[in-house]
Design a protein around this ligand. Structure first.
Ligand SMILES: Cc1ncc(COP(=O)(O)O)c(C=O)c1O
Length: 546
């Protein structure tokens, strides 16, 4: 080697070694699961072959004997017949809509693990139409009543009737202005005042959805810090904007998003050591299942799903994040689109006692109408610079601040201060923790392999014995008159003020559904597979065919 090339090699090493070390440190701060490696997960998702179970596999994929498989076959037929006979109009509307409604095609294809979809579809259909809501119930087009545990994607914090009246009252206040956009109805003043008070932050901006609120918060964080990277935590949902969804689901790879481990010291190390991070996005719902995505039943291939909320540990984590973000000039954003107003009137900031730099709200805050809101410190919310007037941070949206939405929001915010709503927050945590405890005691006593974990009124169910068929429970629950959203038993969302009698009915119905599910052989106890065995055998199927 000449002197020159030796010098060149040494210089290259001086540059490359720290870069490699930096890269390695980042890799170690990612969660080791696929959910922590979005690009790899997308790569695999594109290659995972589709396959289906035939009739024999569908009923006996766990090696159940013919008698059990036969029981399951008869049960599926009976369940299918019952749901079909009960709801002809609802199912006809659902079938017709599926022809032209891509959203419904997607949700109905992802209610259960994909291997089971074709046979299941031959036997069983679930309606997606409702004629009305009444109190705690939804009524389908055939008059069947179900207790509503869908939660309207989280919007429904106070019961469906509450939102109907927010909308009616709000529109009554603003209809004289009608749909004039660009100018504001005076109700806006009251909304700004109240949101500033609740958030403890200086300014507010209105958007049309939670996704847009997140986009705007991140855009502002980048604008003011001059940095481009954003940190989100493994498994966390922040809407469907590409940059906060770096894995499967987003066809465009994103390089500026780091998906790091939740509640982990290595993440703090990254935040402390890098200079290119604009913001950290926190969805406090992840406290219930850190590092895991929202638990849908389409992923219930085994009984490995688990969850559990530790308020103390998660609070300590948020405090650490607050500290490191302050230290490093990183914008701490609480994305409270889901949990805001559900866990405390002042949202996650109040509940955990940690002040963020920006907060996003949405869902329930619109009083039943679509909305997204960003609250932030004045210095972060500003969209222009006096010293460089052409350097702006643009954000618009035709329907933001729509008078009807502002009106319903005004009513919603006013009601937060009423005695009735304050009473719903009194003892909220204890009430819902007590209900989870009662639920779990009942399941255990009855010998059902079902367990609930909760963050206040947001529940997730998981399964305590290995099984391939847990996803069937959602259909038994529907038969018993409980309506779940299309993600099934991974997320039950209760109105926070559900009364004791309705909750007791829910509990009885879940127990009845479990009783039937067990009697029908889906939780057959002779299966010797562990969760790991199940996962291995599915991997084999994917590689070599079912
Ligand atoms: C935490 C969080 N952020 C953002 C969003 C996106 O909100 P939207 O569906 O209104 O766009 C959601 C939606 O579920 C959410 O839960």
């Amino acid at each position: 080697m000449t002197d020159e090339s030796a010098l060149f090699a040494a210089a290259a090493a001086v540059v490359a070694v720290p870069l490699a070390a930096r890269r390695l440190r980042l890799s170690f701060a990612k969660h080791p699961s696929l959910a922590g490696h979005g690009r790899m997960a997308s790569w695999l998702a594109r290659r995972l072959p589709g396959y289906r179970y035939d009739d024999a596999r569908f009923f006996g994929v766990d090696g159940a004997p013919a008698e059990i498989a036969g029981r399951r076959r008869a049960a599926l037929r009976r369940l299918g017949d019952t749901l079909r006979e009960r709801s002809p109009l609802t199912l006809a509307a659902t079938a017709e809509a599926r022809q032209g409604l891509s959203d419904l095609q997607f949700t109905s294809a992802y209610r259960v693990p994909f291997q089971f979809v074709p046979v299941l579809r031959e036997h069983l259909a679930v309606g997606s139409f409702w004629a009305r809501s009444e109190g705690a119930e939804l009524v389908d087009l055939d008059g069947n009543r179900c207790i509503d545990l869908t939660g309207s994607y989280g919007v429904n914090v106070f019961g469906n009737d509450f939102y109907k009246s927010c909308i009616d009252e709000g529109w009554a206040r603003t209809r004289d202005l009608g749909t004039v956009l660009g100018g504001y109805h005076p109700v806006m003043l009251q909304n700004i005042r109240k949101l500033k008070e609740l958030s403890g932050l200086d300014e507010v901006s209105f958007h049309m959805s939670g996704t847009e609120a997140v986009m705007q918060a991140v855009r502002l964080a980048r604008y003011h810090t001059g940095r481009k990277r954003i940190v989100r935590f493994c498994g966390a949902y922040h809407g469907w904007w590409g940059e906060v969804q770096p894995g499967p689901g987003n066809p465009v790879p994103t390089r500026d998003t780091f998906t790091l481990r939740d509640m982990h010291a290595r993440t703090l190390g990254i935040l402390r050591s890098r200079k290119d991070i604009a913001c950290v996005l926190v969805n406090p719902l992840q406290g219930l299942h850190p590092n895991s995505p929202a638990p849908g039943d389409s992923g219930l291939l085994d009984s490995g799903r688990c969850a559990g909320f530790n308020r103390e540990a998660y609070t300590a984590w948020l405090r650490e994040l607050r500290e490191v973000c302050t230290e490093r000039g990183i914008v701490l954003i609480f994305d409270e689109v889901f949990v805001g107003f559900r866990i405390a009137p002042g949202g996650a900031q109040e509940y955990f006692g940690v002040q963020a730099d920006m907060v996003t709200w949405g869902k329930t805050l619109g009083g039943g109408l679509p909305v997204g809101v960003v609250c932030g410190k004045a210095a972060l919310m500003r969209r222009y610079r006096d010293d460089h007037p052409a350097d702006i941070c643009f954000a618009r949206g035709t329907f933001n601040s729509h008078p009807a939405v502002m009106g319903a929001m005004g009513v919603f915010l006013e009601r937060l201060d009423t005695a009735a709503v304050r009473a719903a927050y009194d003892g909220l945590e204890e009430r819902w923790n007590g209900r989870v405890a009662a639920f779990n005691a009942r399941m255990k006593q009855s010998g059902f392999p079902l367990h609930a974990a909760n963050l206040s009124s947001i529940w997730t169910l998981f399964y305590t014995a290995p099984s391939r068929y847990n996803w069937m429970l959602q259909f038994y629950l529907r038969e018993q008159g409980l309506a779940l959203s299309w993600v099934g038993t991974g997320r039950l969302i209760f109105p926070i003020d559900m009364d004791d009698a309705t909750f007791a009915t829910v509990l009885d119905r879940v127990a009845a559904a479990c009783g039937r599910m067990k009697a029908d052989g889906w939780w057959w106890e002779g299966a010797s597979e562990s969760n790991r065995d199940i996962r291995r055998s599915i991997l084999r199927e994917a590689l070599f065919g079912a």
